[in-house]
Design a protein around this ligand. Structure first.
Ligand code: GAL
Length: 428
């Protein structure tokens, strides 16, 4: 039996576009209208109708006895046209955060969770000159308007995933397929994170604790005895998993390449060193990789799951040990407190989510017992929601959403998580 410290946060996570609905001014709502972009033609137009039903969702979390909630605020909604601020939208977010606080739920707010105002996307998005300043200005607006209600902030969610899906694999807007564009996007996001971090700290000091939600995977060679596979694993680990996180901890991103990147702003990677107050980890799965000539565009890396592995509905391996390895490694490297800002599973039948939760929390319990400063865990997700280009089919929610009626039905795993969060004890 393990007892979690009294200050440990048990929470859930969502993102604006995936649950809110009703925002026509974002790049994703435009993208979803293009035929063939999203499976089955799904769009985020309604999603979980969270923009109207949020009081119900706060009440649900209170009923479940959860102590924290990670949400994102939709830049496209707050600044629908450049410089034009929708005060009513900010007021709605204020009400949301106030209601969470009243319910004893600590909010963590993400500024940028994959989506952009359409006008920003049209000007070149994350690779546009001036993107960093724009995001920093939005960050300033957010902390000025909401800072008294929120202490924990994420500047950017999963910069590596965004760079890869949007600029290398062509699956997300702006649907490019170029390694050099992906590398530029990765740098652009780093510069924007640094600018946002500094602005928020200037405005709020230690009243705002600011981090990044890093997407980190376990990467292993498919055939450990094969030199090519080992190289592929190292390359993928360095470029995809580590580069951004290394930059924020140590001021190094791609090593020698860093010096070649000279954005017009004059930003240099070493300036990123020390730009986090805590280290956020989104952890889902493990890949085994091999060297593949057919995957030139992806650094010659082909990814797979180990034969016989236990899988989620979307084919990701369930690999709890990986979470333990990752929190230990990054606590050491960053020297910062750790929050698991996302971890979850697509499991429509809810037969695997309970054991998944317990096994991942057990990894955290062992790490905490060994002195690793893990401060909280946010399960992805509170609700079933819009899973980007996969549409609504994957079911990540502790709470099932009936999209026809918008009825919320807590699954068995929600009851289990609720019990763990209340008792702070992990069952054997
Ligand atoms: C993360 C992402 C979330 C959610 C989740 C499940 O990569 O931050 O928005 O989609 O994965 O796939």
């Amino acid at each position: 039996m393990f007892r979690f410290p009294p200050t440990f946060l048990f929470g859930t996570a969502t993102a604006a576009t995936q649950i809110e609905g009703g925002c026509a001014t974002s790049d994703w709502s435009a993208f979803a209208r293009q035929p063939g972009r999203i499976k089955r033609g799904d769009t985020p137009d309604v999603a979980c109708d969270g923009w109207r039903r949020w009081p119900e969702d706060v009440a649900l979390q209170r009923t479940l006895g959860l102590g924290a909630y990670r949400l994102s605020i939709e830049w496209a909604r707050i600044e629908p046209r450049p410089g034009e601020i929708d005060r009513a939208a900010l007021d709605t977010y204020r009400s949301m955060l106030g209601a969470l606080r009243d319910a004893g739920i600590e909010p963590m707010v993400t500024l940028h969770h994959f989506t952009l105002p359409l006008w920003m996307a049209e000007r070149g998005g994350v690779v546009a000159p001036g993107f960093a300043e724009r995001l920093a200005r939005f960050a300033r607006l957010a902390v000025d308007a909401l800072g008294d209600l929120c202490r924990l902030w994420i500047t950017i969610n999963e910069p590596n995933v965004l760079a890869a899906h949007a600029y290398l694999l062509g699956a997300w807007p702006p649907a490019q397929r170029s390694l050099s564009a992906a590398v530029r996007a990765h740098y652009g996001l780093l510069e924007a994170h640094v600018a946002a971090y500094r602005t928020m700290k200037e405005a709020r000091g230690d009243a705002a604790l600011v981090g990044v939600a890093h997407h980190l995977r376990i990467t292993e060679p498919q055939r450990p005895g094969n030199r090519g596979d080992r190289m592929a694993a190292r390359a993928f680990g360095h470029v995809f998993n580590d580069a951004f996180a290394d930059a924020t901890c140590d001021g190094r991103m791609y090593g020698a390449l860093d010096a070649l990147v000279r954005p017009s702003s004059g930003f240099r990677v070493p300036e990123a060193r020390g730009t986090q107050d805590f280290f956020g980890i989104n952890y889902y799965s493990r890949d085994v990789v091999r060297l593949s000539m057919k995957h030139a565009a992806e650094l010659f890396v082909a990814r797979a799951v180990p034969p016989g592995a236990e899988l989620s509905d979307v084919g990701w391996e369930i690999y709890p040990q990986g979470l333990g390895q990752i929190v230990r490694r990054w606590a050491r490297q960053s020297g910062l407190p750790i929050y698991v800002t996302e971890n979850g599973i697509a499991d429509a039948s809810d037969s695997k989510r309970g054991p998944f939760l317990v096994r991942h929390l057990a990894e955290l319990a062992r790490a905490i017992a060994d002195g690793v400063p893990v401060r909280g865990y946010f399960h992805w997700s509170l609700l079933d929601n819009f899973e980007w280009s996969e549409g609504y089919r994957p079911r990540f929610g502790l709470v099932e959403v009936d999209y026809a009626t918008q009825e919320r039905r807590p699954r068995e795993s929600a009851r289990l998580y609720s019990r763990i969060a209340r008792e702070r004890i992990l069952p054997e």
